[in-house]
Design a protein around this ligand. Structure first.
Ligand SMILES: *[C@@H]1O[C@H](CO)[C@@H](O)[C@H](O)[C@H]1NC(C)=O
Ligand SMILES: *[C@@H]1O[C@H](CO)[C@@H](O)[C@H](O)[C@H]1NC(C)=O
Length: 528
């Protein structure tokens, strides 16, 4: 296998399927069979119960009315459905900074339990497919569970420990994170608790807010591996770090990037302004080229007198932008090019979700790191793959191909954007964290405790002492009332065959593009 192919295989993350020992799979099969048996028995019991209940109802009816007809039966159900009152509008709970400023403690005036009015499980949608990676990310602990020792060993690089106990949140801070990453991440979890009060399990976790994964999978092979359990914003093929949505979903104060819910709306409006076909027919990128060598390399693809690689690349100077009040970095105004380039920074890049939101096909430069959603995306369907080993020629081909096949290009842009606007709307981001934490908590082998050096955290504790942009974003991303519905249904894990098929398909679709690209350049070199 060539180096490029090896890398491709790796990014499609076939870890479970490639693992030599298959004890996990056998165990799962056994578990699945017994689960299926148990479910069948339960269903049978339930059926018997319902039938007897209906018979009982019918019997009362016969006694009272001495005639049982179809109409009467209908009336009975009509009456019973009519008696359910319409749901009340939810009460809102804004920040209570007056109370907090007086006592500097959480007053806990927010409800601790709540019955959503929309509790119908059958009409409840199944979560998008990328949620299935939750199972993959937690697989290293599937058999052993997670012991206190595994959590404590993650402390070495963690910025904080977070505990949820009886619905309350406690944080033990170890060290400062970059900018306000930790603060906004904790804020996000507090919002989740407000959204689903009383629904989160007791748990204890370690969180590392830095860019790159640190738990190498090669050190933890086999059934007795016992890797540390550490949460962070991205991982890669070689690492076991558990991926968690990044802080910017609740706003990135230092870069003036609004909370996700608002920015999605803005970008959607921005998209309407210039139709895809009327956009500049080039590949656009704007960012900081100094954070990683491959970004510097990308800048060499800017047009010169000699070559035009069909790109328009711009340097984002955050310091300069900050002075000017970020007037040139409005993300909603960055949807005026037909193609958008995504390239990683030092780790995964926060920019990814914004780049995808524009209705313009994303030219995705072979990445190494993955965040929580990218593994659900498929080349040629949601994005167009470009080689990081041959950036300029790959980009030139991609743009030319797209301009020759506008229908296909427009469809890829639309599909990628739909994924971002629908499957990753804020409700689903919360549901992702909800299920991730739930599945994680199921694996815990110990009872979480309130850490001695911790503080109880509520929305007020995080927001009231702050001001400026950070405060504004928190007010905007505050969940003011419990959710009216229950979380989406978590889809089951991939079985090994399905996972392998999914990843093989992605590999095949990428290789296909690479083949077209090579043919194009071969032809050009033969007839210049
Ligand atoms: C059910 O109730 C509605 C409204 O009260 C009524 O119009 C309808 O005829 C009823 N249907 C039956 C089958 O009783
Ligand atoms: C695009 O179309 C032109 C004209 O038909 C052709 O010469 C060129 O090779 C095509 N390029 C790609 C990348 O398909």
């Amino acid at each position: 296998m060539s180096f490029q192919d090896e890398k491709l295989k790796n990014i499609f993350w076939l870890r479970p399927a490639y693992q030599k020992n298959s004890w996990g799979a056998k165990w799962r099969l056994l578990y699945k069979t017994s689960l299926a048996l148990a479910t069948n028995i339960l269903l049978l019991l339930l059926f018997v119960l319902i039938v007897s209940f209906l018979a009982f109802l019918g019997w009362i009816y016969v006694v009272n009315h001495s005639s049982i007809s179809y109409e009467n039966a209908l009336k009975f159900f009509n009456k019973s459905t009519k008696s359910i009152p319409p749901p009340l509008p939810p009460l809102e709970y804004p920040l209570d900074c007056i109370a907090w400023d007086q006592s500097k403690t959480c007053t806990n005036n927010y409800p601790t339990t709540y019955k959503p009015s929309n509790r119908d499980r059958s009409s409840n949608p199944t979560c998008p497919d990328y949620f299935r990676w939750i199972h993959e990310d937690l697989k290293p602990w599937k058999v052993t569970g997670i012991t206190r020792d595994m959590v404590e060993r993650a402390r070495e690089t963690a910025h904080f420990r977070l505990v949820i106990l009886y619905g309350k949140v406690y944080v033990e801070k170890f060290r400062e994170s970059i900018q306000t990453r930790a603060l906004f991440t904790i804020w996000g979890i507090v919002q989740l608790v407000r959204l689903y009060p009383g629904k989160l399990p007791d748990l204890e976790l370690m969180f590392d807010c830095d860019d790159r994964p640190v738990i190498p999978s090669k050190d933890y092979r086999g059934p007795n591996a016992r890797p540390p359990a550490l949460f962070r914003y991205c991982s890669d093929w070689w690492s076991l770090d558990i991926v968690f949505p990044d802080w910017s979903f609740w706003g990135w104060a230092e870069a003036n990037i609004n909370p996700w819910r608002n920015i999605l709306k803005d970008i959607k409006e921005g998209n309407e302004k210039v139709k895809w076909k009327d956009r500049e027919p080039y590949a656009y990128w704007k960012g900081n080229p100094h954070v990683a060598p491959w970004r510097g390399d990308l800048m060499t693809c800017n047009p010169t007198d000699k070559d035009d690689w069909n790109t328009r690349l711009f340097i984002q100077d955050w310091n300069e932008e900050e002075k000017k009040g970020f007037i040139h970095s409005n993300l909603a105004d960055q949807c005026t090019y037909r193609y958008k380039i995504y390239i990683e920074g030092h780790g995964w890049s926060v920019s990814e979700k914004y780049v995808f939101a524009c209705d313009s096909p994303v030219l995705l430069m072979t990445p190494r790191f993955h965040d929580f959603f990218i593994r659900g995306m498929v080349p040629q369907r949601h994005y167009w793959p470009v080689r990081d080993g041959d950036k300029c020629r790959s980009l030139k081909f991609a743009v030319e191909y797209g301009n020759n096949h506008t229908q296909k290009a427009e469809a890829i842009g639309a599909a990628g954007s739909h994924f971002i606007h629908e499957d990753m709307k804020m409700e689903y981001v919360f549901d992702y964290i909800f299920h991730l934490l739930n599945e994680y908590a199921k694996l815990l082998k110990f009872k979480p405790i309130i850490p001695p050096n911790s503080q109880e955290i509520c929305a007020e504790a995080l927001a009231c002492p702050t001001d400026g942009k950070g405060r504004k974003f928190k007010e905007e991303s505050l969940e003011k009332s419990p959710s009216n519905s229950i979380p989406c249904k978590l889809p089951p894990p991939y079985d090994l065959q399905a996972l392998k098929a999914f990843n093989d398909e992605k590999f095949k679709l990428t290789k296909e593009v690479e083949k077209w690209e090579s043919e194009y350049w071969d032809k050009l070199s033969k007839n210049p």
